[in-house]
Design a protein around this ligand. Structure first.
Ligand code: SF4
Ligand code: SF4
Length: 454
């Protein structure tokens, strides 16, 4: 076997023996699967751009407000206090990805991952439009700096920079929401200089990824890609080469594969799928289309490269369900049901009362001892709630900073209050006290904490 034939075993195909980058000049894909992928990518892009603008019951569909520790996912609000529920949701999502990968391989990467969608369906399409298909691009890149080359490169990179900035701003919408974003961009730059610099840095990163780093994210950086070797098995459906029909390959041999190399020419990660499943394969199906068109032109039946499992190729078609993905499905169902249960049964308000850090107690002239507390109440309902706080464990007086305790729907109330307890009731240096949170004289939550004394 030649060095070229076996090098895929030792290093990524887009790297030479010295470890330097080998630029992949992929041919523009064409065919049924590419059309399906293009249409699907429109929906993914629409979701990515439109999701922050969609409202459910007045709440954004998606908002990951890290600064306020408030996450809205599919219209449901999760506060910092809901970490457990959020963790259940994340765990269900990870398990869903695992189940999906075990069954359908790296389909996510080629079809729904934002990295691939933007690279293949936005940046690459613009590149094709300006610089032409792979042979023209290769010639342009390796040719002298003519005025045509300069104009094409300037136009392409100017558009890439513009799209990178638009992407950063879209990304920002997911974290701050459209209202804050509109406010932010209508302010003069000097009023928000640090935010503007961060936006430029993130845009520069996107520009670098989509203009230069490209498929190396999928082949070398992405941890999900690296997990394929432990997730896939002989029953997973992946883009596979039917070696039973294809071999022995070559024009003069009897197998269906004529060794034309067309499947390699369209591969965005530059691999040869005839070498078997490789972790660089993102299941984009460009080689399926390309090989099908070759098969058509030589009068053979399509499907030499197709979505199939190793078992399917070896022993004929097998059902996709097996013990492994059935077990994952059961665990996923249990986990997701538990998530729904905890989401529905979570309390309508959530109170946290903690003594103000750094302050101990104060002995007052009226024979009372006082402690200062910080109170935080999260309203998880869609209604404005008037609240009162009372000490229910013993006699005492509460003096709240500000005079009205009212929380708007889906908001957080934060304040400070002083609790005065008669000296004779404070028997030790730490006394347990219990507060009751009332709404319209109805007790809706209790909270226990400590009161420190002499
Ligand atoms: S495109 Fe099809 S026929 Fe051509 S080399 Fe690839 S597998 Fe063989
Ligand atoms: S081998 Fe085929 S499916 Fe895999 S990345 Fe390359 S073109 Fe896409």
């Amino acid at each position: 076997m030649s060095e070229k034939d076996i090098s895929f075993r030792d290093r990524p195909i887009n790297m030479d023996a010295k470890g330097s980058r080998k630029w992949v000049y992929a041919k523009k894909p064409k065919g049924e699967w590419y059309t399906r992928r293009t249409i699907f990518s429109w929906f993914v892009l629409l979701f990515f751009i439109g999701a922050p603008f969609i409202k459910i019951n007045g709440n954004p569909f998606i908002l990951l407000d890290i600064a306020s520790r408030k996450f809205i996912i599919f219209g449901a609000i999760f506060w910092a206090q809901d970490t457990f529920i959020l963790a259940l949701l994340m765990l269900s999502f990870v398990l869903f990805i695992l189940l999906f990968t075990v069954t359908f391989g790296r389909l996510w990467c080629g079809w729904a991952c934002p990295q691939t969608i933007f690279l293949e369906m936005v940046f690459r399409k613009i590149e094709h439009l300006i610089e032409g298909d792979y042979k023209k691009r290769y010639k342009l890149d390796h040719g002298p700096w003519t005025s045509e080359k300069i104009i094409k490169k300037v136009i392409k990179h100017a558009i890439f920079i513009f799209i990178s900035m638009a992407m950063t701003n879209t990304f920002l919408l997911w974290f701050i929401g459209p209202e804050k974003w509109f406010n932010l961009i209508s302010q003069p730059i000097h009023e928000n200089l640090s935010g503007f610099i961060i936006m430029l840095l993130v845009s520069a990163f996107f520009y670098w990824v989509y203009s230069f780093f490209r498929e190396q994210i999928c082949t070398m950086v992405c941890p999900y890609g690296r997990m394929q070797s432990v997730l896939l098995d002989s029953k997973s459906i992946v883009v596979s080469y039917d070696y039973k029909s294809g071999e022995p390959r070559g024009a003069k041999n009897s197998g269906d594969c004529i060794d034309c190399g067309q499947c390699i020419s369209v591969c965005p990660t530059g691999i040869d799928i005839k070498n078997g499943t490789q972790l660089e394969c993102i299941n984009c199906a460009a080689c399926v289309d390309q090989c099908n068109s070759v098969m058509k032109s030589i009068g053979k039946k399509p499907g030499l490269i197709r979505f199939d499992s190793e078992n399917g190729i070896k022993n004929g078609h097998k059902p996709i369900w097996n013990v492994r993905n059935r077990s994952y499905s059961v665990v996923l169902l249990i986990l997701f049901s538990f998530f729904i249960y905890t989401l529905i049964s979570r309390p309508v308000i959530e109170t946290t009362i903690l003594r103000t850090p750094g302050l101990l107690f104060q002995e007052n002239a009226d024979n009372t001892i006082s402690n200062v507390y910080n109170i935080k109440i999260v309203n998880k309902t869609h209604e404005k709630i008037p609240l009162q706080i009372r000490l229910i464990s013993q006699k005492g007086e509460i003096k709240m900073a500000g005079n009205k305790m009212e929380i708007l729907d889906q908001s957080m109330f934060e304040s400070t209050f002083i609790l005065f307890i008669p000296k004779k009731q404070v028997k030790s240096d730490k006394t347990e006290v219990e507060f009751g949170i009332y709404s319209n004289n109805e007790l809706i939550e209790t909270y226990k904490t400590t009161f420190v004394g002499p």
